[in-house]
Design a protein around this ligand. Structure first.
Ligand code: CU
Length: 109
């Protein structure tokens, strides 16, 4: 059986429309983690791949937010903020390279 090229085009268009109607993943959100007094502040629950974290350093010291899995490494001079995007799911351990006692954990689904 020979399929008319126009039919192929039509079925591709229909498939595209169906995909567009499928429930999309939750829109990425932006969360804030404040570093103050040599500690990472509360980490928001329900983090998802694609979300952004705004790391805010309120200290007079330079810090970093460095993922143990190397998915991000943010330098944070005093009184600065930087944004990272969570590109992978999983449990991500985060430390400050300058102060090994500073640690937190992100749970990304
Ligand atoms: Cu630090």
């Amino acid at each position: 059986m020979k399929i008319h090229p126009a039919l192929v085009t039509l079925s591709v268009l229909v498939a595209g429309a169906v995909a567009a109607d499928a429930p999309a993943a939750a829109a990425p959100r932006t969360h804030v983690v404040v570093i103050d007094k040599m500690k990472f502040g509360a980490v928001p629950p329900n983090l998802h791949k694609g979300d952004k974290i705004v790391w805010v350093n309120r200290d007079m010291f330079r810090h970093t937010a460095t993922a143990a899995d190397k998915s991000f490494d943010v330098d944070l001079p005093p009184s600065t903020k930087r944004v990272t995007v969570l590109r992978s799911a999983g449990i991500i351990k985060v430390v400050c390279k300058f102060h090994p006692g500073m640690r937190t954990v992100l749970k990304v689904s």
